[in-house]
Design a protein around this ligand. Structure first.
Ligand code: PLZ
Length: 451
């Protein structure tokens, strides 16, 4: 029970092989006019989507275990969100908040102040994309501290614009040939328990030790007094759904605070009930100085935010932040309705239920194969890291095959990871138990097919 009456039947049904003829025809049209640098993970064209299903132009009904990369937590056509957008669009679609402002923007900022960690005074500025939010968080940190250096982490993903490419770790496909990148960006070692060495006595490296290793690198190579901000995804997304060892985050935040360094939590992927809490920072009681938010905030409308300490954000001169579309009124209406839905349907609890259900299944699958190195994640942000049997060597080939088999059987699954060897589960939070189970059945048999 998810508390929503879905418009489309919530079932997997294939009428053609995938991609079907209508999708294939669109792929041909696309090749003639769409830039080759944009690729699509799933070569079926969408006609409709609702709850846990995506219906393609050939009438096939696929199970969505990706939510358009962690965006449509409340569903891709949630009726409350659709109604709110229609109502707003019927009045005005745009005025530009920098020209003639409107209430929706202010209301979103109020909601974010209340929902994000910490009871201190907060401010919000709205933008269009996650990358734009990250760029602006960096601008704010530099302006407020008068310092310039920014530290990001191994395996980080923060976007595709010039500054955010510099912050992003992985070369292909994100950075290759696109440099030179923004200056004064440094990379510190992450806590990645599955791929971490051991202490001399054979004990695992703790979160605090991993934090000390990063801090020492920053101190020695950059110098704390030069650092405006450190930016970190509390659970890394594109990098492989890496959950740092417990204690890593609090130790870094404490050190940043002691040294006048702004701690930016990039919760673009982890935010808005996805991990079973409003924000991933909540799991360890971390209160970031600034947060970057996007994706789940507005059920698919392009909206992003920087929310955080009033003293930092208000340090920027008047007119220093903005953009034509930032905080578009239709996107704000969608966000307000989506946030209502998250509360009303208690989607944090729903994400935890998805975690329990899916991890139990995944553990059973793992017990039966030597291809799975680790199952990890929180809430409805879960990952399976694949290895070559008997080793920790990444196995991207197995992942590619599993994804292809699952798709052929009508399940949309996404990959991630620096080594391309991680399958991530990001179902809409409103997916039904039955549909989730059916999707996991398909994943299980795709894995079994490999053995
Ligand atoms: N920060 C933590 O996950 C976007 C990118 C997909 P935008 N992640 C999906 C791709 O290949 O482009 C993301 C993120 C984190 C920032 C971003 C950037 O958000 O809205 O894509 O700009």
């Amino acid at each position: 029970m998810t508390g929503i009456d879905h418009r489309l039947p919530q079932r997997r049904q294939l009428l053609t092989a995938l991609p079907g003829p209508a999708s294939q025809a669109l792929t041909e049209r696309r090749k003639r006019v769409v830039g080759a640098g944009v690729s699509s993970a799933v070569p079926v064209y969408v006609a409709d989507a609702d709850g846990g299903v995506v219906v393609d132009v050939d009438g096939n009904s696929l199970i969505d275990l990706g939510s358009g990369i962690a965006v449509t937590g409340v569903g891709a056509s949630n009726p409350a969100v659709v109604a709110a957008m229609q109502e707003q669009a019927a009045h005005f679609t745009h005025t530009c908040f920098m020209v003639t402002p409107y209430e929706g923007y202010v209301a979103v900022a109020e909601r974010l102040a209340a929902l994000t960690p910490g009871t201190h005074e907060k401010r919000t500025v709205l933008f269009n994309s996650g990358a734009e939010a990250v760029e602006n968080a960096v601008k704010i940190a530099r302006s407020a501290t008068g310092r310039t250096a920014i530290v990001a982490f191994d395996h980080a993903y923060h976007g595709r614009t010039n500054l955010t490419m510099a912050l992003t770790a992985k070369n292909l496909p994100y950075k290759n040939g696109f440099g030179p990148f923004a200056a004064d960006v440094y990379r510190a070692p992450m806590s990645y328990p599955f791929r971490e060495g051991l202490n001399h006595d054979g004990s695992p490296i703790t979160g605090e030790q991993a934090a000390r290793r990063a801090i020492s690198m920053i101190d020695k190579q950059v110098g704390a007094t030069n650092v405006a901000a450190i930016i970190l995804e509390p659970i890394q997304g594109e990098g492989g759904f890496i959950v740092p060892a417990e204690g890593f985050l609090p130790a870094l935040v404490g050190w940043a605070r002691d040294n006048g360094i702004v701690f930016i939590a990039d919760e673009v992927q982890t935010g808005f009930a996805r991990t079973g809490a409003w924000f991933a920072s909540d799991h360890e009681g971390v209160v970031p100085d600034l947060m970057t938010l996007a994706k789940g905030i507005a059920a698919g409308m392009p909206l992003a935010a920087v929310t955080g300490r009033a003293d930092l954000i208000d340090a920027v001169h008047a007119g220093g932040l903005g953009g034509t579309y930032g905080g578009n009124p239709v996107a704000c209406a969608a966000a307000l309705a989506a946030l209502d839905q998250m509360e009303r349907l208690d989607l944090c609890a729903r994400a935890r239920r998805i975690e329990d259900r899916a991890t139990a299944r995944l553990r059973a699958i793992a017990a039966d194969t030597d291809l799975i190195g680790e199952i990890r994640g929180r809430g409805a942000m879960l990952a399976v890291e694949f290895v070559r049997p008997g080793t920790r060597e990444p196995n991207p080939e197995a992942v590619a095959q599993i994804i292809a088999t699952a798709l052929a059987n009508g399940v949309i699954l996404l990959t991630c990871g620096t080594y391309g060897n991680v399958i991530r589960l990001l179902p809409p939070l409103v997916i039904s138990d039955e549909l989730l189970d059916d999707g996991l059945n398909v994943l299980e048999s795709a894995i079994r097919d490999l053995r």
